[in-house]
Design a protein. Structure first.
Length: 231
């Protein structure tokens, strides 16, 4: 649905369309939950989208060729029924990042669902320079070491000095670039071939950064407003 034809269904959406809320930061500061993707479309017009390659098909000469979607099948009396899954990352390349999953009977519908869910799950990105090798004070990496977990996958993210780049897998680079992180070290454990869990573990690490208390002002997390901060 086009943004100009959007009719808000929540109180937060009405405040946005009336101009009483003009940025996502105001929403995160109050801990309110975003339930309409159009809110993000209106407040972050320069939002970028990346599709995570979670599927695979046999390639020529062996090996797998990565695909944007994953197809699963279930047997019924009438025959096989297929379901398409997709994972999408959204971000503005600086302050916000979101990850969403979607499933449907068609590729296009699954990707669209994942995109809408990623917008609803958007969170602020807390950056810094926590590397002892650099200590430049700029926001090119993360402020401290943190790890995220999803399923059997654990991903540890470590601050890196300026100019190092993203020392992480290609699919994870999509998420970090949209988050505005330019330098990072990483280490992973578990079944990292599951790219869905791998990306969600990294997203979980960013959530934990927002919940950590430091000498700076704590960043409110819209997705989990009532959860206590980790000491």
């Amino acid at each position: 649905m086009a943004l100009e034809n959007w009719t808000p269904r929540t109180e937060l959406g009405k405040e946005v369309i009336e101009g009483r809320i003009i940025s996502l930061d105001e929403i995160f500061e109050t801990g309110r939950k975003i339930k309409e993707p159009e809110i993000v479309d209106r407040l972050v017009p320069n939002l970028q989208t990346e599709i995570i390659l979670i599927g695979g098909s046999p390639g020529k000469g062996g090996g797998d060729q990565k695909t944007p979607t994953r197809r699963t099948a279930r047997m019924h009396r009438s025959g096989r029924r297929y379901r398409i899954s997709a994972v999408v990352v959204v971000g503005d390349g600086n302050k916000y990042i979101g990850v969403g999953k979607g499933a449907a009977a068609e590729n296009r519908v699954a990707i669209n669902k994942a995109t809408q869910n990623a917008k609803v799950n958007i969170i602020p990105v807390r950056k810094g320079c926590g590397s002892w090798e650099c200590a430049c004070g700029e926001s090119h990496s993360i402020p401290f070491e943190v790890s995220g977990k999803k399923g059997s996958v654990i991903v540890a993210l470590k601050p890196a000095p300026k100019g190092l780049g993203l020392c992480i897998s290609d699919e994870a680079k999509k998420l970090l670039r949209l988050a505005g992180v330019r330098d990072i070290w990483s280490k992973s454990f578990g079944e990292t071939r599951s790219r869905v869990n791998y990306v969600e573990a990294i997203f979980d690490a960013f959530k934990k950064i927002n919940r950590m208390r430091t000498g700076e002002v704590e960043v409110a997390e819209a997705t989990e407003p009532k959860e206590a901060a980790v000491e």
